[in-house]
Design a protein around this ligand. Structure first.
Ligand code: 28G
Length: 642
């Protein structure tokens, strides 16, 4: 179809429509985040969200997601069906919804949709980015079908004409099938596991909903997710993923509403250090937390202390510290808000102040109600908190933040000369010899070296006090200068960070993998803000040094590069395989790994963590502590950022 034909056929109104969809195709990243696999999966989530909205409207209880062998994805719900009656513009409402771009790109501004009532936002974006899309609507005993290619209708309709009817329907609902446009995406292979996890998570957040996942590509049996226990089930599920984590209390659930904000939460205590707090607003995983999370923390602290006083567990003049109350807390908080605003590096931090007040009020009130009726429960919780307090460094009910500043000097850090954080880099180098070489080879003005030896603590299972007892961790925290987050008593301040790049340089062997995984775990648990802010990198030393008989030395960073080199040079060259950083001399290490002009770095992104983080089981551990494995895998998959 020619451009003129298109314009004639769809009338003056449609010109704006076509231009809107074209904008999506020109800048897909603004609408779906990226054109990588994450953005691709996002297409499914956008469509899925509309079905979930229909559930939230009380009209849908079953959603089926199917990944077809042909590369398509289909979402089907048993809601009311997208309206197909003729809209004021003279075309079926369905067609208007599928071709009208709502609000700006959501990755572009703070304007996120607010699940629940904003049907159809997002489906036009998916339509624009799909090679083909089919919409089938069951209403009034009939099945209507509309079809599109790259967002443009392929079924010709005269003004006022209804959609073609392709059959008779039992019941009502909507089915949308689309095939992503391979000219837009880097890959058109959906990441099935992430979609599956998303469906499971959605089931926990919406206990009345059943979600079916059908992956026809791998021929596995379809999976049905229905989690009648809701958030309490989610907490139990997180626990079940990790044999090392043991429940210390029963799971408490609460629900309430205030100022039009509904609040749901479930929590228990486990034998973990620190807290694990998973939060949502309107079914969106608020990975960076926000006001609802702060409200929850405040309320828990307040209630626990209130009951500790009224049950005479501590003196009126005393209070349990945030750290005592936080340790071992495993909680899920989910709110629905009529107009959420999202902030933060990845736009996953809730910003509405009214959410703080609503959550804190609901949680405090509901906990009073619950504790007043279940004295054994509050006694149980107070015992856990008292034990935390007595185990804390210094005993009693200490303030952990006092302890942090009692660190000694930085023994092994080789400081840089400059004090301009925008120019300074910290290299965390594994191994004694490599550390020495790096100190010699570096740019002294801007590069600091922190050698890390042996195996640093596994921060997963350590009590917070013990993590801080570790010499390497103390040196690291001191070097960074920004303090660190402890959830409650948070004195992290990114403005005090002394380096704009923190670069982990470890060997590509088992030990190197282990140590960098532990470091990433440490950053993930204690300094997630640095990952969000894109400050953390992995150095990418070369694998090979090659030199032809006549010609200059080159460094090759992967096996693909070696294969290409072989094509060019045959066998007529010397090759050295680097097993570790320690095998390089200072100038080689500088040139290959440290010189900003020639080195390769991989940025470690939270985005990847977010993806699998959807199901926190992954981050809570299974047999092979997958949190570590996961973070490792992600570090390897992270984008190359030279
Ligand atoms: C299967 C894949 C994705 C949807 C509905 C149902 C209605 C709807 C969707 O209405 C227009 C604007 C606000 C009412 C609503 C049907 C009311 C009555 C709906 C979906 C009309 C959008 N009857 N189901 N949109 N609203 N499922 N699933 O997209 O005023 S979108």
């Amino acid at each position: 179809m020619t451009e003129t034909k298109k314009r004639e056929e769809y009338g003056a109104d449609s010109i704006a429509v076509l231009e809107g969809l074209e904008a999506v195709r020109v800048r897909p990243g603004m609408y779906i985040g990226s054109t990588g696999v994450k953005g691709l999966n996002h297409l499914v989530y956008e469509i899925l969200d509309n079905s979930v909205d229909e559930h939230l409207a009380g009209k849908c209880s079953l959603i089926t997601v199917t990944l077809g062998k042909d590369g398509s994805a289909a979402v089907e719900d048993d809601g009311r069906g997208i309206p197909v009656d003729i809209h004021e513009k003279g075309y079926p409402a369905e067609r208007i919804i599928m071709t009208t771009l709502h609000a700006g790109g959501k990755f572009d501004s703070k304007s996120y949709k607010t699940s629940g009532g904003l049907h159809g936002v997002g489906s036009s974006v998916v339509n624009a980015l799909s090679k083909t899309m089919t919409v089938e609507v069951k209403r009034d005993g009939l099945i209507y079908r509309d079809e599109y290619a790259k967002g443009i209708p392929t079924v010709a309709l005269a003004r006022g004409e209804l959609l073609p009817v392709v059959g008779k329907a039992k019941g009502t609902g909507t089915k949308i099938t689309f095939t992503p446009d391979e000219t837009i995406f880097d890959t058109v292979e959906f990441k099935a596991e992430a979609i599956r996890d998303r469906l499971h998570e959605t089931a926990y957040l919406n206990p009345g909903l059943t979600l079916v996942f059908c992956n026809e590509r791998d021929g596995k049996e379809k999976e049905v997710f229905h989690e009648a226990e809701g958030l309490a089930g989610y907490v139990d599920f997180m626990l079940s993923g990790d044999p090392d984590t043991v429940r210390l209390s029963k799971t408490v659930t609460l629900h309430g509403e205030r100022d039009g904000i509904t609040v749901d939460a479930a929590f228990c205590y486990v034998n973990d250090y620190g807290e694990t707090l998973v939060s949502f607003c309107n079914n969106i995983n608020t990975v960076e937390g926000g006001t609802h999370v702060n409200g929850f923390k405040q309320a828990i602290s307040k209630s626990i202390n209130q009951y500790a006083h009224s049950l005479h567990k501590i003196k009126e003049s005393q209070n349990y510290q945030a750290g005592d109350i936080r340790q071992g807390l495993l909680a899920v908080v989910s709110i629905s808000h009529p107009a959420p605003r999202f902030d933060g590096q990845t736009k996953t931090k809730l910003d509405n102040n009214d959410a703080l007040n609503a959550v804190s009020t609901v949680v405090t009130q509901r906990l009073s109600y619950i504790f007043d009726r279940d004295t054994r429960l509050i006694e149980e919780l107070l015992k856990i908190v008292a034990t935390n307090a007595s185990n804390a460094p210094g005993g009693g009910a200490p303030n952990l933040s006092d302890k942090k500043f009692a660190f000694e000097g930085n023994g092994k850090l080789a400081r840089q000369e400059s004090s301009d954080p925008d120019k300074c880099e910290l290299f965390i180098v594994e191994g004694k010899s490599a550390g020495g070489t790096a100190k010699t080879g570096r740019d002294r003005k801007y590069q600091a070296i922190l050698p890390i030896r042996g195996k640093i603590l596994n921060v997963e299972k350590q009590k917070i006090g013990r993590v801080l007892d570790n010499e390497e961790i103390r040196a690291l925290v001191n070097a960074l200068g920004c303090g660190f987050s402890e959830g409650f008593g948070n004195d992290f301040d990114i403005k005090k960070l002394r380096y704009h790049k923190i670069i982990i340089a470890a060997d590509a062997d088992v030990d190197g993998g282990h140590i960098s995984t532990l470091l990433l775990t440490f950053f993930y648990r204690f300094l997630p803000e640095l990952i969000h802010a894109g400050k953390l990198f992995r150095a990418m030393p070369p694998l090979y040094r090659v030199k032809p008989k006549r010609g200059k030395t080159e460094y090759l960073y992967d096996d693909k590069a070696l294969a290409e080199y072989r094509k060019k040079h045959g066998t007529n060259f010397d090759i050295q395989r680097y097993k570790g950083l320690g095998e390089m001399d200072a100038s080689q290490l500088w040139e290959t790994t440290m010189d900003p002009r020639t080195r390769k770095l991989k940025k470690i992104t939270m985005d990847d963590v977010i993806d699998a983080n959807r199901m926190t089981s992954v981050l809570m551990g299974e047999e092979v502590p997958p949190r570590r494995k996961y973070i490792m895998d992600n570090a390897d998959k992270a984008n190359l950022d030279v």
